[in-house]
Design a protein around this ligand. Sequence first.
Ligand SMILES: CC(=O)SCCNC(=O)CCNC(=O)[C@H](O)C(C)(C)COP(=O)(O)OP(=O)(O)OC[C@H]1O[C@@H](n2cnc3c(N)ncnc32)[C@H](O)[C@@H]1OP(=O)(O)O
Length: 417
Amino acid sequence: MANEQAGPATGLRALRPDDWDKWYANLSRAFGGIPEGDEERELWNSFTEFDRSLGVWDGDECVGTAGAFSFRLTVPGGDSVPAAGVTMVSVAATHRRRGVLRSMMRRQLDDVRSWGEPLAVLTASEPAIYGRFGYGAAAFQMNAEIDTRRTSLSVPPGTDDVRLRYAVPADVLDACEAVYARLVPGRPGMLARRPGWERLGTVDPAGGRDGASPLQCVVAERGGETVGYARFRVKPHYGPAGHDGSVVLSDLAALDPAADGALWRFLFGVDLTSTLVARGRPVDEAWQYMVSDIRRCRPEVRDSLYLRLVEVGSALRARTYQTPVDVVFEVEDVFCPWNAGRWRLSGDAKGASCERTQDTADLALSVRELGAAYLGGVSLAALAAAGRVRELRRGALAEASLAFGSAGVAPWLPHGF
Ligand SMILES: CC(=O)SCCNC(=O)CCNC(=O)[C@H](O)C(C)(C)COP(=O)(O)OP(=O)(O)OC[C@H]1O[C@@H](n2cnc3c(N)ncnc32)[C@H](O)[C@@H]1OP(=O)(O)O
């Protein structure tokens, strides 16, 4: 790989295994410098894909880091598409705002393109950073702090047939992972986990508990089969009115409404607690429609997954469209100019073609808006209302907005990376 200059005396190169300690130390410091436990550190070391990671060096000092996990991401229609999971991005504060990040983003997107991966995805420490590199906010998450003493839950039929039992998280990891794997094709934004990544769900450093218990796990079973699980911590609190601790949900997955209802009913009812804290949940998750009082759940929606089309043609071909669509996009892409220009997308629920064209454009937008709309969670019409998509042929906006939808399932990223 060529050595690029990113400001005076800095050099950018692929990460070497021997450099990992310094590389990771730069990353850790950029996020506040509090050391992680050995288990977590070992986990991220095992996840690091060295030939897909970059370091920027000033002499023998690491001043910039970035990685790109080789993920597969569910797209509308249920296919799983190669996506670079951009991660571990940091620049030493001594070297900030001199273009070190920009140099890594440049090299990384060139690399991702050369690997033939049509998408790049990330979660942003600050939303203002990545739009300039063509990433749009494509999936959102729900956070809630539920007052479980003043909110009741009305569960779906069949909930009473589900058996719940406590289990040691590590002992039921394979069964839980099998549940997760069955859910992956059903929701855009979900990641097919690579071997080893299931450990992310059970890593439990004492320093990360904030006064709560170690991770607890309840599995939902029906007829001897695992149909769901919840992993959570309990944070005891004794206040003026007695016990009013919290349940802090870490992860929940269920194969059907009854299993889902059983798990949420359990979480609502843990003795000596009065609050259920649920973060990073799908924005359309069923519990919201089971509760008696959504206002007492204090729901809050937040940006979650940012997506970039690395190759516009192959990315738009890789998903399906919920209604027939035939539109010409005029795409602006300053950072990856190979995408710029006109593309004709023709598709429906079975498949799509997307090729370069000289035909007149129907819709004009930047690659960032295409990224935001790609998973079906942000409508092109809404982006047009904000002035970020221009309709050049009457009717094209409604046609494309409808087609890009994700069949009533909101996209969701199940875990950070
Ligand atoms: C996917 C992930 O891993 S997200 C994690 C990102 N990392 C962090 O937040 C850790 C702490 N912060 C940092 O390490 C650094 O400040 C970084 C990585 C955010 C920025 O690195 P820098 O080398 O300073 O960025 P660089 O100088 O290349 O800036 C490129 C552009 O982004 C802008 N920019 C950089 N950081 C920010 C920010 N936090 N907010 C808004 N704009 C920013 C710059 O102003 C510049 O703008 P321009 O295009 O108008 O010139």
